[in-house]
Design a protein. Sequence first.
Length: 300
Amino acid sequence: PPRSTLFPYTTLFRSVISVDQEHHALVAHGSADKLVATEWLFHQLDQPAGTSGAGSTAQYKMSGENGEVASVFRVAPSASTVDMTALTTAIRTVADLQRLFPYEGQKAIVARGTPEKIAAADWMVHQLCPPDGKAPTTDSPAYPMEADRPGGNGEVIRVFRMDPKTADADLTAMVTAIRTVADLQRLFPFESGKAVIMRGSPDRVAVAEWLIHELAKPSDPQATHQTTMPGVTDGVVRLFYVGQQSSTAALTALIGQIRTTAGIMRIFPFSQPPAVILRGRPDQISTAELLVARFAADGR
């Protein structure tokens, strides 16, 4: 391969590969099974740019008792460096797949992990940056995760799409709001598709779905915007619209007052549209409702 492609190969195969720059070659050392895996991966990637097929994901079963597989995910030919990096980070965050490397020259992501995590990553690639067509523009179905780790039973992955005109700052704010209120930690904003990718229990993901869809509707301060998260004592989730004229300073002061007076810690100010998102016990929510009403009556 050309010299410019040698260094990505050494990153992919760092445990068994060294570079012979004089001959533009890679020299492999290691056990027989690692050399076989290296050869497979080399031939998967040693292709002229743009000639790799967009068919089924290539996989190689690693030797050993852990049952891991190596895989090469092809992504959209139009994917930018930023897209490739974001997709790699999304997979690492949501599917908990750590052995990943984006190979931009082939528009591919190389991965190694359990079959369950590889399958989840493959699903995410086709949701966010498919090699053979445009990414979906509607919310994804739920993808069920297998029990690949303690406590992993019952978790699902979802991709929710926001308005294509959504600013990146608002997309990041949505992720923080969901993390704060729904207590979902495996979250990632995919900016090029204006999507939020998440993984968690169906109940927590349902709260996130409600919040995304509720904020997408025209704001109505007179309506009650509320849902519940089952199984917790502070499971009332509430969205208060506070008016387009609310300043950042006034909204920050209101948040502080609700924290102090109502004792609600799971609270987040959303700037566009101006709103307060929180979760607490029914009595705490009642106190917060009074404080928001006073805030509105005082003219912000």
